[in-house]
Design a protein around this ligand. Sequence first.
Ligand code: E4P
Length: 217
Amino acid sequence: MKFFIDTANLDQIKEAQDLGILDGVTTNPSLMAKEGITGKENIKRHYQDICKIVDGDVSAEVIATDMAGMIREGEELASLHDQIVIKLPMIKDGIKACTYFSKKGVKTNVTLVFSPGQAILAAKAGATYVSPFIGRLDDVSTDGLNLINEIRMIYDNYNFSTQILAASVRHTMHIIDCAKLGADVMTGPLHSILGLLKHPLTDIGLEKFLADYKKGN
Ligand code: E4P
């Protein structure tokens, strides 16, 4: 499973990159705003800064909601760096724009996916990634992980090459559950990734090893 970090915070991206396990970054307009990155030119520069830190795919989301606007914006974003993946909303024009970019060999990520039907359309449009939002489904008393399971089954039935990018991951157990279900990628906050490191028996064991070493040296 590939690990993406879901943030526009450069320090957190660096910290995850330094671990040596990072495969990419996802952002969205809300994450950009959270870091105080506003204005088209600043946002474009920020994407370039992110690409300098990581080696893998960096999702950059369009703001337009009509096909022509999405294509214009997407082409601008794709020209910033070859790591940029165009993030398109799961709406009718988003699917049309996805088909357009797929035919041109430009990578895409269809976002705001909440149902298996939407995931089928994204795959048919040739999306590189589909982003089911598991945390937001959990927020409304619907099992987000079940959606990952359903999409995995459907994609495997037809050998769709679209990668399932489990998004809106909120905590460490989401990552483990997504791995069990065969998600191709997960994108989550830094704390959810760092949570994978933790086990009290590791800390207790290390403390004892070091104490025993000190006794004999
Ligand atoms: C995915 O690409 C989105 O940026 C993100 O995962 C949404 O997460 P949230 O529901 O925690 O805002």
